[in-house]
Design a protein around this ligand. Sequence first.
Ligand SMILES: Nc1ncnc2c1ncn2[C@@H]1O[C@H](COP(=O)(O)OP(=O)(O)OP(=O)(O)O)[C@@H](O)[C@H]1O
Ligand SMILES: [Mg+2]
Length: 218
Amino acid sequence: MAVISIYSTKGGVAKSMTAIHLSSYLANKGNKVFLLDADQNVRTCSDWLEDSTDKNFDGDDFNSFDADMIDVINTLQKEYDHVVIDNKGSNDLIVSESLMCSDFCISPIVPQDNDIKSLPRTLETIHATRDVNTDLQYKFLIQKADTHAFSRKNKKLLNILDELELDRFETVIKRRSGFDVAMESNSTVLDMNNDAKAVYEINRFGQEIERWMEGKEH
Ligand SMILES: Nc1ncnc2c1ncn2[C@@H]1O[C@H](COP(=O)(O)OP(=O)(O)OP(=O)(O)O)[C@@H](O)[C@H]1O
Ligand SMILES: [Mg+2]
């Protein structure tokens, strides 16, 4: 049982795409999963959930609960194996409460200068949360990376994360049209099976998450 927040202060870094694919991966493994859309303005996950025909997990908009974030998460935790929260790309009470109730935080980061610039702000929020929620574990997930094997941008980001001694997933999710097409079709690359490399990356990322969660439980 885990509450997993997807969080970054930066917009457009694939938070919602990660939340949806992770929910689908965990549900495929036989878990009862709830995807909580906590980004009331953009509503990517709510729209996706509304129009998706082949989803294997439950989910809803945070607003539909008419309760505060802590109560919503407590309620969902009782009914589901895993709660995945898609957070908005900014900081407010809902984001802090979401992180405060989470066991794990996954922070997607794109190998681009603008995105790297937002790293200190994201870290600041995570560290402030960990002052109170001392059990919160976090890792960065490199998302929308160049597909070139020797990409200078990818290497730069890897070096920065290593220099700052920040934990990251070994799996790097590349910028692939399969992801875009799946999201546009209210599906996932796992269901569409439209892009073998994209499927491989999500499965590898999912296996890393499972090992991470097992580590915490022991
Ligand atoms: N690995 C990828 N390869 C190609 N396209 C991707 C990838 N990941 C996400 N995208 C596309 O990038 C766009 C932004 O993704 P997404 O909505 O998940 O980001 P976000 O961080 O949730 O954005 P927001 O801050 O607006 O909530 C979407 O069109 C999505 O389909
Ligand atoms: Mg989003």
